[in-house]
Design a protein around this ligand. Structure first.
Ligand code: GRF
Length: 188
């Protein structure tokens, strides 16, 4: 299946999706990386992997109009599934409805805990014994759709949001390609 990846920054999860796609038995190929941030570091990484990129600032555009731009790029590339990978923009309901069941996201918490931002800080402040990450199907409600994969890590004494984020990120890079591949295998 043809996969489009949306990023806003560093793109390390995007890189892990691309790396996994090189395996012979991977059911997806990354055909486009798109961003709302013109200088997102992940765009250069994608270009280095010879993957087409598209970047356009969202500033000055209504949410639905910006999303329509992204949608047109994805459709033009014959994209079938969309992976959000550190895409720091809420998608319009119109966009999400147009890709129903075909947008996945990775979120750095054990959903349904800690939707939204500052997940690691909130987990530490709550005194949780574990943190982690979740891959879920995107629905119009933020960080709310069906979870298709999770990975857990311990929260250790002395952890800061940064040390916990680093421990979780290692798991994100394993979990995202595996959960996405399994989902695509099941859904065609
Ligand atoms: C990751 O922690 C992801 O879970 C969250 O934003 C971060 C993006 O990092 N949604 P990267 O751009 O994939 O390196």
């Amino acid at each position: 299946a043809k996969l489009g990846v949306l990023i806003s920054g560093r793109g390390s999860n995007m890189a892990s999706l691309i790396a996994a796609s090189r395996a012979d038995d991977c059911p997806y190929e990354v055909v486009l990386v798109a961003s709302n941030v013109e200088d997102a570091a992940g765009l250069a990484t994608a270009e280095g992997e010879s993957i087409p990129t598209f970047a356009h600032p969202h500033r000055g555009l209504k949410r639905a109009d910006f999303d329509a731009l992204i949608d047109a790029e994805l459709r033009a590339a014959d994209v079938e599934y969309v992976a959000l990978a550190g895409y720091m923009r809420i998608l319009s309901p119109e966009f999400i409805q147009g890709w129903e069941g075909r947008i996945v996201n990775i979120h750095p918490s054990l959903l349904p805990l800690y939707k939204g931002l500052d997940t690691h800080q909130r987990a530490i402040e709550a005194g949780d014994a574990e943190g982690g990450c979740s891959v879920h199907i995107v629905t119009p409600e933020l960080d709310d759709g069906p979870v298709i994969g999770q990975a857990r890590v311990p929260i250790l004494p002395g952890d800061t949001p940064e040390t916990l984020a680093a421990r979780v990120l290692i798991e994100e890079h394993r979990l995202y390609p595996a959960a996405l591949a399994a989902y695509i295998r099941d859904h065609g």
